[in-house]
Design a protein around this ligand. Structure first.
Ligand code: 5AD
Ligand code: SF4
Length: 466
C-alpha cells in the first residue's frame, strides 16, 4: 500500500532557510501495524524535509516496510529490491541519486543478509529503531551503509512524532493506534517474537494523548493494534493495574470517538473485564479477530498455543453471551508439521461449530529460527494446497452466508471514503464490511442509518433510511 501524500505547510522565511525538498516513496507490506509504522516514519521524515510521493520514480528515498510472517512475503521484498536496483542505476545515469531503505520485520530478521544480497540497499532499519531514521539517513548521505536492528533501550514512541493533524485528516476518518508491540507467547510457527521482540505495552497517558489527537483531527473510529493486543496492560490514572478492558472504557469517554476496535487477540488473554467491555461499551464494535490456527488439540499443543479447542469454543460462547451480535474472525494454518487428515478434519469441524464472518487461512510456511522449522513430519505442498482449498471454500461460504444474513438489516454506517461511482460513498459496517450507499462527499465522517439491500462478493449495498 502506498502512503498518503504529505504536504509540508511550514514556509521558511528566507532562502537560506529553505530546506531541500526531498521525496519519499513508502511501500508497505503485511499487517496493519506496518501501515501504522509507515505513517509514523512518514511523519518523522516530514520533520526532515521529506514529502511523500506515490510515484516511485520521483523518489529520492524508497522505503520498503517489509513483512516476514510467511516465506512468500520475504521473497516479494527481494524481487522488489531487484527492480529498485535497476531504477537506482537508471537514475544515477541521469545524475539523480536515490536511496533505498528496508524497514520492517525482514529488516529485523535478515538485516545482514539484505546488505549482502542487495548491494543497492543503503539502509536497513528494524521496527524498534524507527525514531532513529532521520539520523540514519544522515549517515547514509555521508556515505555509510547503515544497519540499525538493535532493540533500542529508549522508547521509540517517546521519540517519534505523534500523528500530524493535517496528515491524519488526509488519511481519513478511521485510524490505527499501536498500544502494544511484540509477543512472549512463542507459538512454534511464528517469527513475531524474534522480529518484534518481547511484549511491550505503551503507557496509558501516551495512548490517551494520541487518541485525543486523532479525534481532534476528525477520526471517528480507532483500531487499537498489537501483535497480542489483549495482553496490553498498564498503570491507570487511578494507580491500579489496567488491562485492555479498562483502557477501552477510558477511550470510550473521549468525546467524538464513535467506534473502537482492537486486533489481534490471543484466546488466553481474553479476560472477564475485556469480555464485559463488549457487553457494556456501545462504542466497541461487535467484531472480534480471535485466531485459533487449528481445530486439533494435538496440533494446538505442537503449536504451543496453550489452550484446547473446547476452551476456545467455551470462550467464544461467553463472548457471544456478552455481545450476541458479535461477528467472529480468525486465522488458520493448514499443514503444520505432523498434521494428519484427521487433524485437518478437526479444523473443518471447528470452523463449522464457530461460524466465522471472516477468516484468513494460510499454508504453513517454515520460518528459519522458529521451533516449527525443526519438527519432523513436514507436510507435502500438494497436501497443504488441497487442505487450504477445502478450508477456504468453507470459510468463503460462511462469509457469504454472513453477508446474505445482513440483507434487510438496519445498521449504523460510518461513511468513510468516495465510492467507485460518483454520488456514492463507501462506509464501514459495525462488522467491518464495506458498504456502498448514495451519499455526498461532505458526509464523510458521519454515521448514518442505512438498510442493507444486497450483497456482492466483496461489499454490501445499502439505502439510506430517512
Ligand atoms: N506459516 C503460515 N502462517 C503463519 N502465520 C504466522 N506464522 C505463519 C507461518 N509460519 C499466520 C497465523 C497468524 C497470521 C498473522 O499469520 O495464522 O495468526
Ligand atoms: Fe505469533 Fe503466537 Fe505471538 Fe501471535 S501469539 S504473534 S501467532 S507467537
Amino acid at each position: 500500500m502506498t502512503q498518503e501524500i504529505a504536504i509540508l505547510s511550514a514556509k521558511p522565511e528566507t532562502a537560506a532557510e529553505i530546506p531541500p525538498v526531498r521525496k519519499v516513496f513508502v511501500k508497505t507490506y503485511g499487517c496493519q501495524m506496518n501501515v501504522y509504522d509507515s505513517d509514523r516514519m512518514t511523519d518523522a521524515l516530514a520533520k526532515d524535509g521529506y514529502v511523500s510521493t506515490d510515484v516511485m520514480e520521483d523518489a529520492d528515498l524508497v522505503l520498503l516496510n517489509t513483512c516476514h510472517i510467511r516465506e512468500k512475503a520475504a521473497e516479494k521484498v527481494y524481487s522488489a529490491l531487484g527492480r529498485l536496483r535497476d531504477l537506482k542505476k537508471k537514475k544515477a545515469g541521469e545524475g539523480r541519486e536515490m536511496m533505498i531503505g528496508v524497514a520492517g520485520c525482514v529488516a529485523q530478521a535478515e538485516g545482514d543478509e539484505i546488505l549482502r544480497r542487495a548491494p543497492a540497499v543503503d539502509l536497513v532499519i528494524g521496527p524498534q529503531t524507527y525514531h532513529r531514521l532521520p539520523d540514519a539517513l544522515k549517515r547514509v548521505r555521508r556515505g555509510e551503509r547503515v544497519l540499525e536492528t538493535d532493540y533500542a533501550i529508549e522508547d521509540k514512541f517517546e521519540h517519534l512524532p505523534s500523528p500530524d493533524k493535517a496528515k491524519t485528516r488526509a488519511r481519513g476518518v478511521t485510524a490505527f493506534l499501536t498500544v502494544q508491540e511484540g509477543c512472549d507467547k512463542f507459538c512454534t510457527f511464528c517469527v513475531v517474537p524474534y522480529t518484534r521482540g518481547s511484549e511491550v505495552s505503551r503507557p496509558v497517558a501516551q495512548i490517551m494523548a494520541e487518541a485525543s489527537k486523532l479525534v481532534e483531527a476528525g477520526v471517528r473510529e480507532i483500531t487499537l493494534l498489537g501483535q497480542n493486543v489483549n495482553a496490553w496492560h498498564g498503570v491507570g490514572a487511578d494507580g491500579a493495574e489496567w488491562g485492555l478492558g479498562e483502557l477501552l472504557h477510558r477511550l470510550a469517554e473521549i468525546d467524538g470517538l464513535a467506534r473502537l476496535r482492537y486486533t489481534t487477540s490471543h484466546p488466553r488473554d481474553m479476560d472477564a473485564t475485556l469480555i464485559e467491555a463488549h457487553r457494556d461499551l456501545p462504542q466497541l464494535m461487535p467484531y472480534l479477530h480471535l485466531p485459533i490456527q487449528s481445530g486439533s488439540d494435538r496440533i494446538l499443543k505442537a503449536m504451543n498455543r496453550r489452550h484446547t479447542t473446547a476452551e476456545y469454543i467455551a470462550l467464544v460462547e461467553r463472548i457471544k453471551a456478552a455481545r450476541p451480535d458479535i461477528a467472529m474472525s480468525g486465522d488458520f494454518i493448514v499443514g503444520f508439521p505432523g498434521e494428519t487428515d484427521e487433524d485437518f478434519e478437526d479444523t473443518m469441524r471447528l470452523v463449522e461449530t464457530i461460524g466465522y464472518a471472516q477468516a484468513f487461512s494460510f499454508k504453513y510456511s517454515t520460518r528459519p529460527g522458529t521451533p516449527g522449522a525443526d519438527l519432523d513430519g513436514q507436510v507435502p505442498e500438494d497436501v497443504k494446497a488441497k487442505r487450504l482449498e477445502r478450508l477456504q471454500d468453507l470459510l468463503l461460504s460462511q462469509q457469504r452466508a454472513f453477508a446474505e444474513a445482513c440483507i434487510g438489516r438496519e445498521i449504523d454506517l460510518l461513511l468513510e471514503k468516495p465510492g467507485r461511482m460518483s454520488g456514492q460513498l463507501i462506509g464501514r459496517s459495525p462488522w467491518l464490511q464495506s458498504v456502498n450507499v448514495d451519499a455526498k462527499a461532505s458526509q464523510i465522517g458521519d454515521i448514518i442509518k442505512v438498510r442493507i439491500t444486497g450483497a456482492g462478493p466483496n461489499s454490501l449495498f445499502a439505502e439510506t433510511i430517512s
